[in-house]
Design a protein around this ligand. Structure first.
Ligand code: SF4
Length: 159
């Protein structure tokens, strides 16, 4: 969804969005009723926690020596095992949908160096013209995708 901002090759060598430290473990991808059966077939031993009526996240039991949890769907050689069917939050990252004092906001994660190096006006224009409607519509039907505001991600747009 973000190929106008991010080159696939850039993401292929980075993959930081598929790793979560103990500080941002709350932002692991949400698996919905379509995604979860596929994940279960790919990873029969995976454990989940319910996040909403039809939403789950991976149960995280261990962090590595660098305090990271790597998404179990990340194949070191080929990238995300779900390919184009990856969870919504992954398909829009580093753009995020959050909530501030009861209002939805679209924010930019400060953790993606590739996007942070782009002119801010370019990011803003892209989000306003090509993403905002889709994100707010998806959040309307999948409220479990809305993250609490983290206090550090710049707000790009208020609903
Ligand atoms: S679901 Fe795929 S894109 Fe999303 S964090 Fe896991 S490996 Fe990365």
């Amino acid at each position: 969804m973000l190929t106008k901002l991010l080159q696939r090759e850039t993401c292929a060598v980075c993959r930081s969005c598929c790793q979560f430290s103990s500080y941002d473990i709350w932002s692991t991808p949400v698996l919905n009723e379509e995604t979860r059966p596929k994940v279960q077939a790919l990873l029969p031993d995976a454990q989940f926690l319910q996040k909403g009526e039809n939403a789950w996240v991976f149960r995280v039991e261990h962090f590595d020596a660098e305090d990271n949890f790597t998404c179990p769907l990340l194949d070191p050689a080929r990238g995300c095992m779900l390919g184009e069917e990856k969870p919504f939050s992954c398909s829009i990252w580093p753009i995020q949908i959050m909530e501030v004092e009861g209002r939805q906001v679209i924010t930019l994660s400060p953790l993606c160096n590739a996007v942070l190096n782009l002119p801010f006006a370019e990011i803003l224009q892209f989000v306003h013209s090509e993403l905002a409607e889709t994100i707010f519509a998806y959040a309307g039907t999948h409220p479990e995708e809305i993250l609490p505001y983290d206090g550090v991600s710049p707000v790009l747009l208020w609903k």
